[in-house]
Design a protein around this ligand. Structure first.
Ligand code: DC
Length: 223
C-alpha cells in the first residue's frame, strides 16, 4: 500500500475502532487520529469553561471561546493537548462521556473540528476513526470500514476499560450511556453516524481483535 493513503473507520462506540485503527497505523506506518478524542476535548473545554453544566448551556459563549482553542496530538499522537495541557485522561471521564454526544451534534462544533481533522492529513497518510470519517470528513478515503457490535458486548468492553483505569461506574451506567449516545449519534441532523455506501461493514461481537485485523489487512492489500 502507498504510504499516503487514507483509511476511514467509522462505527458505534466501543466496537474496537480505535484499537484497530492504531494497529493498522503501525502496520502501514500511517498517522493515527482518534477523532472521538477531539469531540471529547471540546466537551471537556465546554465543561471546564463553565459554558456547559447539567441544565445549562451557553452556545454563543462556547462558539466565541472556540476561537482560542488549540488542539494538538503530541508524542506520536498518543497524547492530546488542549491549549498546552495534556487532557488525554480527563477526556475519558464519565462526565465527558455523558455530554459528548450533545456537544458533537452542534453544527458550530462539527464545523470547527471538520477543519481541524482535514488539516491533519499529511504526506504520511492517515488512519482516522470516528462516526463520519468515510461519509463527511474524507469521502474519498482509499479504504472505508464500518464497525458494529451488540450493545451488551460494547458496554462490557468499555466497562472493563474504565474499571482498569480505576473509574467508579456500574455496568448498567456504561450500557445506558452507550445506548443514549447511539441514539443521539445516529439521530442528529448533521453528519449522523452512518455507513458510507462504499464502506465494508464488520460486526465485531464475536471475533477477536486479531481476527478483525487480519480481515482488514486482507481487504486493504487486495484493493
Ligand atoms: O469514539 P468516542 O466514543 O470516543 O466518541 C465520542 C463521541 O464523539 C461520540 O459519542 C460521538 C462523537 N463523535 C462524532 O460525532 N464524530 C466523530 N467523527 C467522532 C466522534
Amino acid at each position: 500500500m502507498n504510504s499516503n493513503k487514507v483509511i476511514a473507520i467509522d462505527g458505534y462506540a466501543s466496537t474496537g475502532k480505535s484499537t484497530l485503527a492504531k494497529m493498522l497505523s503501525i502496520h502501514y506506518n500511517l498517522t493515527f487520529i482518534d477523532s472521538g478524542a477531539l469531540y471529547r476535548a471540546v466537551t471537556h473545554f465546554a465543561l471546564e469553561g463553565g459554558f456547559l453544566k447539567d441544565n445549562y448551556f451557553d452556545q454563543v459563549a462556547l462558539e466565541s471561546a472556540l476561537k482560542n482553542l488549540t488542539l494538538k496530538f503530541e508524542s506520536d499522537k498518543r497524547f492530546l493537548f488542549l491549549n498546552g495541557e495534556n487532557i488525554s485522561n480527563k477526556i475519558r471521564l464519565p462526565r465527558v462521556s455523558d455530554h459528548v454526544s450533545s456537544i458533537a451534534a452542534l453544527p458550530i462544533v462539527r464545523k470547527f473540528l471538520l477543519h481541524q481533522q482535514r488539516q491533519m492529513v499529511n504526506e504520511n497518510g492517515l488512519v482516522m476513526d470516528g462516526r463520519d470519517i468515510g461519509t463527511i470528513v474524507f469521502p474519498n478515503a482509499d479504504h472505508k470500514f464500518f464497525f458494529t457490535a451488540r450493545p451488551e458486548v460494547r458496554a462490557r468492553r468499555r466497562y472493563e476499560e474504565l474499571m482498569n483505569q480505576g473509574h467508579e461506574i456500574t455496568f448498567d451506567e456504561v450500557l445506558s450511556n452507550l445506548i443514549h449516545r447511539d441514539k443521539i449519534d445516529t439521530g442528529r441532523d448533521i453528519a449522523p453516524l452512518l455507513k458510507a455506501n462504499d464502506a465494508l461493514e464488520i460486526d465485531t461481537s464475536k471475533v477477536t481483535i486479531d481476527e478483525v485485523f487480519d480481515c482488514l489487512v486482507e481487504k486493504i492489500d487486495s484493493k
